[in-house]
Design a protein around this ligand. Structure first.
Ligand SMILES: [Zn+2]
Length: 262
């Protein structure tokens, strides 16, 4: 976890380095629309479907617009479409985008003493502490999740959510009540993620349990030294669902030697 002393040191480094100062200015500029108004918080959890987010006339993927939850524009035919399945496809990206923006805004609060950014970051966190419990842990595809259909996506989301909270707390911008509510969400997300055995992928870098080894890691079932079930030479998730005896994801991954003949 970052400390107030580390933030002070980082602020001094930024002040002394023109490239870092320019980067901070760029982040500040990009955050400007977020300070004007709170982006919409999705009312539903994300849904993975074959037709959500896809133009029914030409099959093009809609343009993601974080400011418009119900009107979805096709970049090919330029028409706009509505519908619940499109909205829930949009929610997938919006949940992830909002958690990233919370971390983005909290960074400005911590490194630039930006009070408006701090307030908006807290507002996003607070919104999720209220709505998180209303997203049902059902209709999942790849493990338990409240916001998504995938434990992996939920872990990415909670990573940014907690990064924002940690930065705000370190710079004294996260009041006690909000910190308690954030901890409640983190605990629930860690329980959901920690109960899901990802198989061999738990020992691979970048996967869900690796996220959990950082801020909310107390619920992690595996450890960095856990033995891998990956056959030698496999560099993909192809064995995940079947422990090396089959492969359900050949189209998207590199196939290990053990699975190649299946
Ligand atoms: Zn179209």
């Amino acid at each position: 976890m970052v400390t107030a002393e580390e933030l002070t040191a980082r602020r001094e480094e930024i002040a002394a380095a023109p490239d870092l100062a320019a980067l901070l200015a760029h982040l500040t500029e990009r955050a400007a629309p977020l300070l004007v108004r709170l982006p919409p918080i999705p009312e539903t959890k994300a849904l993975l479907s074959t037709d959500g987010g896809i133009c029914p006339e030409d099959g093009a993927a809609f343009v993601f617009d974080p400011w418009n939850p119900t009107a979805h524009r096709c970049p090919r035919c330029e028409k706009t479409f509505t519908g619940e399945r499109h909205d829930r496809h949009w929610a997938r990206y919006q949940h992830l985008w909002l958690a990233e923006r919370a971390a983005h805004l909290a960074t400005l609060a911590a490194l630039a003493d930006n009070a408006a950014a701090a307030d908006r970051a807290v507002e996003i966190l607070r919104a999720y502490t209220r709505t998180y419990w209303g997203y049902a842990n059902q209709d999942n595809v790849l493990g338990p999740s409240r916001l998504f259909f995938s434990t992996y996506l939920e872990s990415i989301w909670i990573g940014n959510f907690l990064a924002a909270a940690a930065l705000l707390r370190a710079c004294g911008r996260l009041e006690k009540v909000a910190a308690g509510a954030v901890s409640g969400v983190a605990e629930e997300a860690a329980n959901l993620i920690g109960e899901f055995d990802e198989g061999f992928s738990t020992v691979r870098p970048g996967t869900t349990q690796r996220w959990l080894r950082s801020p909310a890691g107390s619920r992690t079932k595996t450890s960095p030294s856990a033995p891998s079930r990956v056959p030698p030479g496999c560099s993909s998730i192809c064995c995940a669902a079947s422990d090396g005896t089959g492969c359900g994801t050949r189209g998207r991954t590199t196939i290990c030697s053990r699975c190649a003949g299946y």
